[in-house]
Design a binder for this molecule. Structure first.
Ligand SMILES: [Zn+2]
Length: 446
């Protein structure tokens, strides 16, 4: 076990407080957004000496960072090269038309390597593993895709990518489901790394085609909420394939903070690097910290970053926290306890967080649209594990429906990065104004 997890919580918090003071001092010198906020609110950040004092600082909302991501980057030209040079930019998926960039310096990349090595240690990923990166190749670089390689490097494991996803771009580089199945068998992959609904499709196709998946021992899933039933379904497929193991490791994480780790399915999510980030559960309206065990909003504070730096950042998930030693592995430090529930204004569709309000705005501005409704449902209503489908129902007087359907699909894809199916209906079928009820413009049928 890494020594930090054997230390007392008081010792871990002491270390976190030391890092926090240094982080806040850097922000006070070179973080445009916090400098302005602290000035406006008359906050002397030098007074924040411990993680307990952190409660006196305001929360940072996702919207704040989305509106001005550049303002959240440290600007300190006097730092050593590795602390200021840009290593990679990854993007949080669309809650607005433009995805939000998160900047990582070399220093941050190394921190992520450390964090990934810890995740590997906690969740049992080994040097001998062969990881199949099944995340889609998306228009903006997604953390889950980019970081799968970093996770493999950190564990000393082997990795290859299947490159699935909706086709875009001029070079025709996306590959099919069948090619993913073939690569997994060919490379004798031991870990399948991707979103659960796609992993399931891969497994079903492997069963259908009689592919040899005996090497697989674990599925590391992320990007979609996964129910116990979905995990059991994945295990059922693995057993049917005669796989050497059937562990389903749920990688809770986000672009802004990276991944957490489960030591077993019921352990909650360990903070793999408490010296890099501090977690608290708060009342999202007042910023008050809630006691362990009480459910509230997860807020994260970076303790040692140099690119995008976030203080008391509301990730958008409702959770609770446990700081007692893990009953399964004995590690100290904090664990996030589920169920992890996304904040209500965002909806996850096909692994992308989308904002229904932005989506409707995009469509309601089209003159050809008389009535409309957006529906999120399962592709196959009879199959509870089926992929999500985004459906736009539309009433129009336009004579060229095919052309309009294309325009709508493009607009929605641009706005929320998910391509919808478009269906035409009579205006009264979508909304009957004589019904005296409020029109339902966004329906989640899952
Ligand atoms: Zn544990």
């Amino acid at each position: 076990m890494t020594p930090i997890f054997g230390q007392s919580n008081a010792a871990i918090e002491q270390l976190q407080s030391d890092r926090l003071r240094a982080m806040l001092a850097l922000c006070a010198r070179g973080h445009p957004w916090y400098r302005r906020q602290w000035q406006e609110l008359n906050i002397d950040v030098a007074q924040i000496a411990t993680v307990a004092d952190l409660e006196r600082l305001p929360l940072t909302r996702k919207q704040d960072m989305m509106l001005s991501p550049e303002e959240f980057r440290l600007r300190l030209p006097d730092l050593p090269l590795h602390e200021r040079v840009l290593w990679e930019v990854i993007y949080t998926t669309g809650t607005s038309a433009e995805p939000t960039p998160v900047y990582n310096t070399t220093h941050d990349y190394h921190a992520y390597l450390l964090q990934s090595a810890r995740v590997a240690e906690i969740s049992g990923i080994r040097e001998t593993d062969v990881i199949a990166n099944l995340f889609p190749l998306t228009p903006a670089p997604m953390g889950a895709f980019i970081r799968s390689a970093t996770n493999a490097y950190a564990a000393g494991a082997t990795i290859f990518a299947a490159l699935p996803g909706a086709k875009h771009g001029a070079f025709d580089v996306h590959r099919s489901l069948d090619q993913a199945v073939r690569s997994i068998a060919l490379h004798r992959a031991t870990i399948l790394w991707g979103v659960p609904s796609f992993i399931r499709r891969v497994l079903l196709r492997a069963i259908e085609s009689g592919s040899d998946f005996k090497s697989v021992r674990m599925c590391a899933i992320t990007g979609e909420a996964s129910s116990p039933a979905m995990r059991e379904e994945i295990r059922r497929c693995l057993r049917e394939l005669g796989a050497q193991g059937a562990t389903v490791f749920d990688r809770y994480g986000s672009t802004e903070l990276g991944a957490f780790a489960q030591c077993c399915e019921d352990s909650g999510w360990h903070n793999p690097a408490p010296e890099i980030q501090f977690h608290e559960v708060v009342d999202p309206d007042t910023g008050r910290r809630l006691p362990d065990g009480e459910r509230g909003a997860l807020a994260v504070t970076h303790l040692d970053r140099r690119g995008t730096v976030l203080i008391r950042f509301l990730v958008g998930d409702m959770v609770s926290m446990d700081r007692s030693p893990c009953p399964h592995c004995g590690r100290n430090g904090d664990r996030i306890i589920g169920p992890i529930v996304r904040a209500k204004d965002l909806v996850k569709v096909k692994g992308m967080l989308i904002n229904p309000a932005v989506l409707l705005d995009t469509l309601q501005s089209l003159p050809e649209v008389d009535e409309l409704q957006v529906v999120v449902q399962r592709m196959d209503a009879q199959d509870e594990f089926s992929m999500d489908e985004l459906l736009v129902r539309l009433a129009t007087n336009s004579t060229d429906r095919e052309q309009l359907a294309g325009v709508i699909a493009d607009r929605v894809q641009d706005a929320v990065r998910v391509r919808p199916r478009v269906e035409f209906a009579a205006a009264l079928d979508i909304y009957d104004p004589s019904s005296q009820t409020k029109a339902l413009r966004f329906v989640d049928k899952r």
